[in-house]
Ligand binder design. Sequence first.
Ligand code: PRX
Length: 655
Amino acid sequence: MSESTIESILEEKRLFQPPDQFSQTAHIKTIEQYKEVYEKARNNPEGFWAELAETELDWFQKWDKVLDWQPPFAKWFVNGKINISYNCLDRHLTTWRRNKAALIWEGEPGDSRTLTYAQLHREVCQMANVFKQLGVKKGDRVGIYMPMIPEAAIAMLACARIGAPHTVVFGGFSADALKNRLVDAEAKLVVTADGGWRKDAIVPLKEQVDKALIAGAPTVENVLVVKRTAQKIQMEPGRDHWWHELQKGVSGECPAEPMDSEDMLFILYTSGTTGKPKGVVHTTGGYNLYTHVTNKWAFDLQDTDVYWCTADVGWITGHSYIVYGPLSNGATSLMYEGAPRASNPGCLWDVVEKYGVTIFYTAPTAIRALMKMGEQHPNARNLTSLRLLGTVGEPINPEAWMWYHRIIGNSKCPIVDTWWQTETGGFMITPLPGATTTKPGSATLPFPGIIADIVDQEGEAVDGNNGGYLVVKHPWPGMMRTVYGDDDRFRRTYWEYIRPKNGEYIYFAGDGAHKDEDGYFWVMGRVDDVINMAGHRLGTMEVESALVSHPAVAEAAVVGKPDEVKGEEIVAFVTLEGEREANEALEKELKQHVVQEIGAIARPGEIRFTDDLPKTRSGKIMRRLLRSLAAGQEIAGDTSTLQDRSVLDKLRGGA
Ligand code: PRX
C-alpha cells in the first residue's frame, strides 16, 4: 500500500470492523453485547463486579460488602479472603491445565524454557519457602531487580503467596534509583540476578544492587541471587545467597496465605510531577479481579492462545499483563529477555514464528522503531499465527497503527489500543476486539464498569471536540489505593486537581483527551509535567533534581520535545554556577550524571545552556515557553506574566 493510499484511509477516517470470524468465538461478540454489559455495569457497578468476582475467582472466604467508598479511599470485597498466587496457580492444578504451558520463556542468546502450571507452582512454592527461611514474613516488603527471566515472575508470585508485598524495580534503573525505592519501601530482602542479557551485552544487576546497598538501604538483610549470565560477581557472605543453592532440598509445597482482599499486593514506583517517584499501592482482591477480567475480554484470551506482552516486568504492564492477568486466566504467557538489536533486528518475529504466537502486545515506540528497521524483517517470517494485536503506553500515530495492521497483522488482526496507567491497575479505555469498530489512533470506548469523561477543572463535561481533562468518575476494583506512606499526596495528586462544585471526588491522573461524535476517546497525552519518552514515564522535576545535584548546575528546566520514534525526547535548559563554562564536555558529563542518578532511560537528548530561564514575576519557570522553544515552534499564548522578556529573546536567538 502506498503512502498516498494510507493518507486517504486516514483522511476518510476509515473504520476497521472486527472480522466476523474473530467475533464469532470472542468473549464479547457484538457492539450490542458490549453496550448491554456496559449499561448493566453502569446501573449497578457493585453487582456487576461482585458477580464476576464470584464466577471468575476462587475465594477462601466471601466478602461482607462489595465496596466501601470513603472518597478517595476505596475498599473492594471487604473482609473477603483470597490469594492471587492461588488464583494464578493452585486452582489450575486440579484441571486439565495442570500440564499446560503457563510460561514460555525465550532468552536473548536463544536459550529457552517452558514451565507448565504444575512446574511453575512447584518453583513458586520453593522460592516462597526460601523467602521464609530468610526471615521474610507476611507484610514484609521484598525488592525485585531482575532481568526478564522466569524467576522474575516466580519471585513476584512467591511474594504474593506468603503475603510479602513486592516492589519490582525496572532493571534499567541506576543503583541510586534502586536505593531510593528500597529505602522508601523499607525492603527486607532483594531478589536479583548476576546479570541479564540486553542487546548482546550483560546488564550487571548484582553490581548495581551492591552499589545501592553501599549507598545505604539499611533495612535490606539478605540478597537472593539467580544465576543467569554466570559472569563473576561479588557475593557477601551472610548477606548474599545463590538461589540455586538454597533451592536444593526445599519443599515444593507451600500453602498460599489467606490474604485480606485489601492487603497490599505490591508497591510500584512511578514518576509524577515532583522530584520523588510515587509508590503506587495495589491491593489483592480487586486487582486480581480487574486484571483477570480486562485481560480476558480486551485480549479475548482463549485456552489455545499463545499470548505475548513485550513489556518488562518492572512496569505495570508486566505486572498486570505478563504475570497476574494471564496466569489468573490459566493462559500461556510468553516472556522474552531480549530486544531488537543490530545483530538481530527481526528477533521479535523469530519468536512469533517459533512459538506460534497468537496475541502480540507492544508499545507505539517499539512499533515505530520496527517500522524504521524495515518490513523485510517481518516479511521474511511466518506471522500467520497472529490473530490479535495490542498497543499501550502512549498515543499511537495513525501511520504506525496502519503499519502494524498491514505488515504485522496481515490486514486481518484487530488492534486493541489500551489506555491505562500504573495507577489504574488495568485497561480503562480499550476496544473489545470482537465487538468494537476501531479507528487508528483512538483507544475507543471505556471498559464496562468504567465511567470516563472529559471535563474542565470544575469537573463540568466539556464539548468533546474541544478536548479537556480525561477523568474517571466511579471507583473500580483495580484502582490504586494510596501512595505508599503518603495518603495526603494520593488525595492531592489524583482526586483534588479537578474540583467539582458539588464536592464530588473525581479521579484524574494527568492526561488530556477529546471525544468524537461516536463517543470515541482520543488520548492526547500528559497535560502535567510528566514526559512520556519511549513509553517510559519520567517526571520533569525528577530529571531536574538529578541535574541540579551536579555541582556545575545552578538551575535546570526540563521539557519534552516531539520525537519521531520515541514520542518525546528530553530537552534540558540549564544555567551554570559562577565560573563554569558551557561546553561539549560538560554537556556529556551532565547527560551521564542523569544516567547515574536515574538510569539510561532518562538520558536527555539535548542540553541547552542558557544564562537565565524564563520565569513569571513570582519566580515560576514558564515551561510552556520552553516547550515551544524546544520544539522549534512560535511562542504562542500569553507572555505578559514573564518577568524579563529579554531572557526569551536571548534563548530564541541561541536556539
Ligand atoms: O499518558 C498516558 C500514557 O501513559 C501514561 C501512563 O503511564 P504508565 O503509568 O507508565 O503506564 C503505562 C502502561 C499502562 C498515561 O497517563 N498512555 C498509556 N496508554 C496509552 C497512553 N496514551 C495514549 N494511548 C494509550 N493507549
